[in-house]
Design a protein around this ligand. Structure first.
Ligand SMILES: CC(=O)N[C@@H](C)C(=O)N[C@@H](C)C(=O)O
Length: 599
């Protein structure tokens, strides 16, 4: 028999991803945004065939994908090379040429929604109100546009319509941990959680009838539960909570009068069905450990986008009590047994707080004894059991990866998530230091021998840990991390600015704290070799955040390499760039470890 060579490690980076999807009403077509051609485009499956057909060729990732309710066209949002200034387009069902509908240059537009007759496109936009957003209705026949709502006090989005479109649900975001929803009905705004000064969130909601809304909220609780709001009686009712789980997504199956819910519990998601007639919650088997989107068709069929630790993005269909995988994405040429699933470990932090973490241990035959310490981004997010091609690539090269869900992470209750607010650089930093000490105590590594890498808030934490605790590390990779909290606060998108005081701090009132928490304060401590990676169009952590730390370190004569990607934003959306970035990281890491590889 022919003996084939081991898979080329660059194959890990040739795994495709799916950003979004939509299904038309009669389920004859499904469209999805994927990088199958190396760059993100929209592709379709024209059922019964599941063979993917390319629909767009503009090579941009898509934000917002929906069908006209009568199935005549598709609406899609695209930005330009990661600038997040999303504009909306119509796309014919057979694909091809896009027709631009919304062109608010250099403006952020969000959440497209179509009227039932498909004549009006509603969207939330920074146009005329960059901090709090306005909602516009564009008449697709006449091209005339009217402002239907003006955001005040907080970023305000149109969320969805009632069945006869006479009322709308609006989402008002004061912070990641403080977001309310209200129904606009007959000129009145009716909040769907009881009035309180206590911060809480409404993370999803929908109309089941004109007068009945179901919602997910943590009002008066730490974890998010299912509740209802009766618009006639103005009555809020708690319906169902699950122990230490937060419901995250809610969908209504009208045909079977039931709800589908996803819930977050630490590093994985669960899937539930709630029978509205019997008030009964049943846990379902899920095809993946992380659920990213669900759509319920009129027939009651459930479509789900998700991924697992060793399985990349796929779209699944649940019909007649069976799951079917509509896409077949996997790591090309790599067997499941060559991929690494993480172990879930818990350690105790400096003040007794328990921190759950994912530990990806390189397979014995690949293990080079090196550990990469990975603080995640967000920070109000978490490292979870989702496939990352970059992790599998590094694991295959022998690097183990440790990723702690330090205080501030999601998935452990509202109080835990709030712990990072106004405390970017103390508690979370010491949770990371406790993780480093745990790794050393357990004999996995030694002080001074650890590789440090993170993106965004994780990049910020990598810089801060480097500046204040350099003795743990031998090399550091910062991927678009804020380096100075004062310049970061000033340069974020306008619609983030109202949340900055609570989230990060106020430059005047919290001046001392922001100096203490800014990595740039600790330049003298940053003595280890460093690689900085940045997308030139990143609107969240702008290029200047990386430019200034690189310049300051170079002036001090430190070893620092800088990789700038001209056509990327807050992430690497183009395969060619993604491969170049991780090849660069690999060669950088191997230069500072005993492990020499040819790349
Ligand atoms: C407002 C907010 O929480 N934004 C996050 C999703 C985000 O983009 N944070 C950056 C700083 C990151 O860490 O990714």
């Amino acid at each position: 028999m022919i003996k084939f060579p081991k898979p080329d490690v660059s194959q890990f980076l040739k795994t495709f991803a799916i950003g979004d999807f939509a299904v038309n009403r009669d389920e004859s077509q499904l469209v999805f945004s994927t990088n199958l051609s190396g760059q993100y485009n929209i592709w379709a499956m024209n059922f019964p065939s599941t063979f993917p057909v390319q629909m767009t060729f503009n090579n941009q990732s898509c934000q917002g994908l929906l069908y006209d309710k009568q199935g005549r066209f598709i609406i899609s949002g695209f930005d330009t090379d990661g600038d997040e200034n999303t504009q909306f387009y119509a796309l014919p069902l057979e694909g091809g040429t896009l027709k631009q509908l919304v062109n608010n240059e250099k403006v952020r537009n969000f959440f497209p929604a179509l009227s039932k007759d498909g004549k009006k496109l509603y969207y939330s936009s920074g146009k005329g109100n960059p901090s709090y957003l306005n909602v516009y209705a564009l008449d697709l026949e006449s091209g005339e546009e009217e402002k239907v709502s003006e955001g005040k006090e907080a970023m305000t989005f149109l969320y969805c319509f009632s069945p006869d479109e006479s009322s709308q649900l609006y989402y008002k975001m004061y912070a990641n941990t403080y977001s309310l929803m209200f129904v606009r009905k007959g000129g009145e705004d009716i909040y769907i959680t009881p009035e309180t000064d206590e911060h809480h969130t409404v993370s999803d909601a929908l109309f089941v009838t004109e007068d009945l809304v179901y919602l997910l909220t943590n009002y008066d609780e730490d974890f998010t539960y299912l509740a209802s709001f009766d618009l006639k009686a103005k009555q809020f009712t708690k319906i169902k909570a699950m122990d230490k789980e937060s419901f995250a997504m809610l969908k209504y199956d009208k045909k079977n009068h039931q709800l589908y819910l996803s819930s977050e519990k630490g590093v994985e998601d669960y899937l539930y069905k709630f029978d509205l007639s019997k008030n009964e919650m049943v846990r379902m088997q899920s095809p993946c450990s992380i659920i990213e989107k669900m759509i319920i068709a009129d027939s009651g069929n459930l479509y789900l986008l998700g991924r697992s630790a060793i399985k990349p993005h796929n779209i699944y269909k649940f019909s007649a009590d069976k799951w079917e995988s509509l896409t077949q994405y996997s790591v090309p040429g790599v067997a499941d047994e060559d991929l690494v699933a993480p172990e879930v470990v818990t350690y105790t932090s400096f003040d007794g707080l328990e921190i759950e973490s994912l530990f990806f241990k390189a397979k014995q035959e690949n293990d080079n004894g090196e550990i990469i310490f990975w603080p995640h981004g967000g920070p109000q997010a978490a490292e979870r059991k989702f496939f990352r091609a970059s992790f599998q690539f590094l694991l295959n090269h022998g690097y183990s990866i440790f990723a702690p869900n330090f205080r501030g992470s999601t998935g452990y209750g509202h109080k835990f998530t709030k712990m990072v607010e106004g405390d970017w650089g103390y508690g979370p930093r010491l949770d990371n230091v406790a993780a480093l000490d745990w790794l050393i105590e357990q004999g996995y590594t030694e002080k001074g021998n650890i590789l440090l890498m993170g993106g965004s808030y994780g990049g910020y934490m990598a810089l801060l840990l480097h500046g204040r605790h350099a003795d743990y590390f031998k090399a550091v990779v910062d991927i678009f991390g804020p380096s100075d909290l004062f310049t970061f606060i000033e340069s974020v998108p306008e619609d983030w600015k109202p949340i900055m005081d609570l989230w990060v701090g106020n430059p005047e009132k919290d001046k001392e704290k922001l100096i203490e928490f800014s990595p740039i304060t600790y330049l003298d401590g940053m003595t280890k070799p460093m690689l900085v990676i940045q997308g030139a169009n990143d609107p969240r952590v702008v290029k200047e955040e990386s430019d200034q730390i690189v310049k300051a370190l170079k002036e001090k004569g430190r070893v620092v390499e800088y990789m700038l990607l001209e056509d990327e934003g807050h992430g690497f959306s183009k395969k060619e760039n993604e491969i170049a970035v991780y090849q660069k990281i690999l060669s950088f890491l191997s230069e500072y470890t005993s492990n020499k590889v040819n790349v």
